[in-house]
Design a binder for this molecule. Structure first.
Ligand code: SF4
Ligand code: SF4
Length: 412
């Protein structure tokens, strides 16, 4: 409940130093405490939700580091959604490429079309963008995207334990990573399968931009598909999507028909590293020096901190990035609409990797991977960036393969 979230804040300020926008600006209005105070005033009708007031919610990364730091258990995500919904109501005009992105991911058919188009022209588009040398989004981002690497995963034959939600951008630019997650999980003994492409996006990006109605329509599609598949768990390879699936009950607060269904799905949300670590999966291991960037939502929303590290410690010479738990500046579409702040954040982090001498930066979210790819490319650092699933897939697992039925299935 929004009111409960607001009332829980005792204005102690313990969250301030955890907040990237406060640390950058030293401005109370750019802090979680300041944003909560503004939301409180707006709810009470004491503060007008004008463009200047709402700008602070636009400037928020939505990283939820403040939630993790708060001793009073303030559910800041709900307060942010309120602020962003007000912003959306005032019909703020997004840049053209952001509007194009939202229009594409709103329909599963458009995502499928984009995926096919990316397979055909992705390699050329990346080469062109790199040749142009453009640094700012969207062209800097295009230059940093991974080359199309489609891969198919055999279809599970028996009951599915873990259903992998393909996502939107994940399904276009990281479709092979989704398939590799299914293969890895099966190697570790978890019967995993990809959800159908017609399920589409989970709605996180729309909700985070305040378009809650569109997000609800998308969430209903995911809930129905999950129920039909009958899996025990739902897994997303994007931290932000996984955390948003967990928040579906908030999205359907007061909806007698959908709230219980949203709660059942939320209780089934899991993450790929957690499942692999719980199965005792052991990476083959190497001597490469590697480091890891937390996905804010995986860490602060789902509380997944130890499992990816436990896997990576066995995969190479793991060294902890000092700011691993702090946002990399990707934050949904934040790096598209606030390239300067986002660029400042990633530049500092790239220098940490340089100082560590790490040769690989492992991430757990496609947005973070892209942000890091941009940072590494633009700084000239000699390091590769990849999703934890791709890293573990390349390394291989030592875990003995499960039974033929679990591993093989029929090609799909
Ligand atoms: S959000 Fe939590 S940590 Fe921050 S001021 Fe409020 S009560 Fe304190
Ligand atoms: S979500 Fe992140 S950027 Fe926004 S107030 Fe909380 S810590 Fe600050």
């Amino acid at each position: 409940m929004l009111q409960e979230a607001i009332d829980r804040c005792v204005q102690c300020g313990f969250c301030l130093q955890a907040c990237p926008t406060y640390r950058l600006t030293d401005d109370e209005e750019q802090s979680p405490r300041g944003r909560i105070a503004l939301a409180k005033g707006m709810v009470r009708g004491e503060i007008s939700p004008d463009a200047l007031t709402l700008q602070t919610f636009d400037d928020c990364l939505g990283c939820r580091a403040c939630e993790a730091a708060c001793p009073s258990g303030v559910h800041y995500a709900e307060i942010l959604m309120y602020g962003r919904t007000e912003l959306h109501r005032q019909r703020r005009r997004e840049p053209w490429h952001v509007r194009m992105l939202y229009a594409t991911i709103a329909r599963p058919g458009r995502i499928a079309w984009a995926r096919r188009a990316w397979r055909l022209v992705g390699g050329i588009a990346i080469r062109l963008a790199r040749g142009l040398g453009a640094r700012r989004p969207p062209f800097g981002m295009l230059a940093a995207l991974p080359k199309p690497a489609p891969q198919s995963a055999p279809k599970a034959t028996g009951p599915v334990q873990a259903a992998i939600h393909r996502g939107c951008l994940m399904n276009v630019f990281w479709e092979g990573t989704n398939a590799r997650a299914a293969i890895l999980l099966r190697q570790a003994g978890v019967s995993a399968d990809l959800m159908d492409e017609s399920v589409g996006c989970c709605g996180a990006l729309h909700a985070h931009e305040g378009d809650v109605e569109t997000a609800r329509a998308m969430a209903r599609r995911v809930i129905e598909a999950f129920e039909q598949q009958g899996a025990e768990q739902i897994v997303s390879l994007a931290g932000g999507c996984g955390a948003f699936l967990k928040e579906y009950p908030d999205l359907f607060e007061g909806d007698a028909a959908w709230h219980p269904r949203a709660e059942r799905l939320a209780a089934a949300v899991s993450d790929v590293s957690t499942l692999l670590a719980a199965q005792g999966a052991v990476p083959a291991g190497g001597s490469e020096r590697l480091t890891y960037q937390d996905s804010c939502h995986l860490r602060n929303g789902l509380g997944v901190v130890a499992p990816p590290r436990a896997l990576l410690r066995q995969a190479g010479e793991y060294c902890e990035l000092p700011s691993a738990g702090q946002c990399c500046g990707s934050a949904g579409v934040y790096n598209l609409v606030h390239p300067d702040v986002s660029g400042t954040i990633i530049s500092g982090k790239v220098e940490e990797v340089r100082a560590l001498g790490a040769k690989t930066m492992v991430t757990a979210n496609p947005g973070c991977e892209l942000q890091w790819r941009m940072g590494v490319q633009q700084s000239g650092l000699d390091a590769r960036v990849c999703h934890i699933v791709d890293y573990l897939y390349e390394e291989g697992l030592k875990t003995s393969a499960p039974s033929e039925q679990q591993a093989a299935g029929t090609p799909g």
